[in-house]
Design a protein around this ligand. Structure first.
Ligand code: 0L1
Ligand code: MG
Length: 256
């Protein structure tokens, strides 16, 4: 028997205290993905009750590299709150995370309400701007190990987002080279084409998936399209830059 409220508190407490927890499926091997989305919502509702604001959603496991890295092969989503937003160039505190990793992503800024089954053209018509971004993921599970329902319940590992300069929605984002560097040394190289072949497909998937939960992507919200490369672990002293062909650079520095 799944207690959604109790498990929502379990993952929320782990995120707030940066404490690694055992996988929920160890105790609840019968947990399904739809239960996990209810737990995710319960954990984010706790944040909203504490005064955080919902600012958008993140798509996860949208590239082959990511699916292989975590051994899960289904596109998932999670919720972003204002507390997760970091300034471009900011310094984050390693101690506030369990085992953070960085992923280069594309961000969409929503200009018109978007939800449900839409074509790529309809999805793009709802976009106001696009930007290069870094997502900080931080699975709360011990050893970064989880099943699909586990990771969904844990808000799809979402924990931070850094957005670079916004560009008009007509800007090409379908096949841009990306270099992720740590202290000037490349650690991952990829292309935005690795995001489901084109990041707009991730936006189409976001519209469809959030609609199942009765959610609408509202003007002003951000949609993170998903990592284009494997995620890179963040260690103290690292400055991590994601440099995108034609879109520029997004950076983050890690302190104690
Ligand atoms: O954003 C992502 O693709 C991450 C989804 C969850 C899996 C992970 O924590 O790596
Ligand atoms: Mg991601």
């Amino acid at each position: 028997m799944i207690d959604v409220a109790e498990l929502g508190k379990f993952v929320d407490d782990a995120a707030m205290s940066a404490t690694a927890i055992p996988q929920i499926t160890e105790k609840h091997p019968d947990m399904f993905v739809h239960d996990a989305y209810r737990i995710q919502k319960a954990s984010i509702d706790r944040r909203l009750a504490r005064g955080e604001k919902l600012i958008g959603v993140k798509m996860g496991l949208t590239s082959r590299a990511k699916m292989v890295q975590v051994g899960v092969d289904e596109v998932i989503w999670g919720r972003l709150t204002d507390r997760m937003l970091l300034e471009e160039g900011a310094t984050l505190s390693r101690g506030s995370y369990v085992h953070p990793r960085a992923e280069p992503e594309i961000a969409f800024l929503i200009g018109k309400p978007l939800s449900g089954l839409v074509t790529a053209m309809e999805a793009m018509a709802a976009v106001e701007a696009v930007a290069p971004a870094i997502e900080i993921i931080d699975s709360r599970y011990q050893n970064f190990k989880f099943t699909l329902p586990d990771v969904v319940a844990d808000n799809s590992s979402s924990s931070g987002v850094i957005v670079g300069d916004w560009f008009p929605r007509e800007t090409r984002i379908d096949n841009l080279g990306i270099v992720l560097s740590e202290n000037g040394m490349p650690v991952q190289i990829g292309s935005t084409a690795a995001i489901l072949g084109n990041p707009v497909r991730s936006l189409v998937a976001a519209a469809k998936l959030v609609a199942r939960d009765g959610l609408v992507l509202e003007p002003g919200m951000i949609v993170l399209a998903g990592g284009a490369t494997a995620a890179h672990p963040l260690s103290v002293g690292a400055t991590v830059d994601a440099t995108f062909q034609t879109l520029g650079k997004v950076s983050i520095t890690v302190a104690e």
